[in-house]
Unconditional design. Structure first.
Lengths: 231, 231
DNA sequence: GCAAAAGTGTTAAACCTACACCCATGG
DNA sequence: CCATGGGTGTAGGTTTAACACTTTTGC
């Protein structure tokens, strides 16, 4: 760390790309309508400046809570965007996060000042402020990769889910057909799903068994060098 | 981006973990001896504050050039460390990078103000300033993972290398024995190595053919959805 | 001719892929 | 009884893993 230059004038922000997966259609992204300039009235990722005495992780969590009443089930650092000129006002370096929430957040809470927060389908996003479209692209790419070697998909489902929901989720995220039988065999072979006594009731057709993901067992296996992997 | 709070007082720095691989032993990390407080006289990663009108990537490149006369063959963002208290003076958020250099950097340039830059074996690091040990740990972990699904190892070798050098590199980084025959078959099967007419002269035993890595072909294949992978 | 590293094939096991029919439910 | 989605097995091909001897060179 050198630095003998005048006074650095750079702001540090955090922004989050939070994905949700509701009603078996496309992935959704959480956006906030801006009520200040620049891009006033436009849509942007939730986020904001980091407080002086606040860790980065805490800052994102705070912003998500304040702006949308959301506590993601999964949240990890994505990438730091800091090019000159990405914010027209002054230099802002933004540490971005990738978040995943379960379907209980479909209806955004009426508590909090969340009235300008909204879910948008990944394929029908509005024009976005700053370089936020790039950030979303980066997040999507990461999610697509990550879901193939870490069991993060479960964070987008309810605690209890039918197998077909998992199937649809993977089809949606990876964006291609999967072989139902092979997929089930593979997932089941890891022994990470616990069968419950419940059955999926909504929808037509034969009701499917509900499963839960065994997080503890996964952690255990992981420590022994096990790698979740789909191909 | 909310922010109506007083004035944010956070500095933005970049730091780099640059790895080198020389004389077939352990991986080496580039460290700089600090000549200012805090940790004056101690060892730290190369890096420093970002200039107001400078992109993050440019900032790391500049610092590496200034502090050690090095231009890495491979350089990518690693992680952003920004916890309160990681710098005893004031709040510093550090965007860290992972860099790889080829063996021509073994002797650090006499140009530049590089006299306090030095290579340290990954297993014999001195006490490090700030949270730099954590950063190195993160970088090592990333390198170990990355080398298994992206051909980054070649950036640690000379343009022309013997197969055994590649072998040793993988053994060193992954930290376990590999089957020479299977490894060679696998690598060769990708058709990404060009045979040269040269032979390795140093060392005893039968001289090995020298190869070069075909970067162009790799880029091409990559665009067609090809994934380099070792297992 | 000895020590040191380079070069090379085969076989069994594991894993992946492709593929189609019957089952349980609600209407 | 029909429509809808749930649940299941097998065979062929590909990939991985394990394993040891011959070749070339310098000394």
């Amino acid at each position: 760390m050198a630095g003998s230059k005048k006074l650095q004038d750079i702001k540090v922000a955090v922004d989050a790309v939070v994905f949700g997966y509701f009603d078996k259609k496309e992935l959704q992204v959480l956006l906030i309508q801006r009520n200040i300039e620049p891009f006033k009235g436009g849509w942007a990722l939730p986020g904001g400046l980091v407080l002086d005495d606040e860790n980065l992780d805490d800052a994102v969590k705070r912003e998500l809570c304040e702006e949308a009443g959301i506590k993601p089930d999964f949240l990890e650092q994505l990438y730091t965007f800091g090019n000159v000129g990405r914010d027209p006002r002054n230099r802002v370096v933004s540490v971005t996060y990738l978040g995943l929430v379960n379907p209980s957040y479909h209806e955004l809470a009426a508590d909090s000042d969340a009235d300008d927060a909204q879910w948008f389908g990944i394929n029908s996003l509005p024009e976005l402020a700053f370089d936020h479209q790039t950030i979303i692209d980066t997040a999507l790419k990461r999610l697509r990769t990550k879901i193939q070697y870490q069991p993060v998909g479960f964070n987008l489902l309810n605690g209890e889910f039918a197998f077909s929901e998992l199937e649809n989720l993977y089809k949606t995220i990876v964006g291609q057909e999967i072989d139902r039988r092979n997929f089930r065999k593979k997932i089941m072979s890891y022994g990470l799903l616990n069968e419950t006594d419940n059955f999926k009731k909504e929808g037509s057709g034969r009701p499917g068994k509900m499963f839960t993901f065994n997080q503890e067992k996964y952690k255990e296996l992981e420590e022994q060098g096990f790698y979740f992997e789909l191909k």
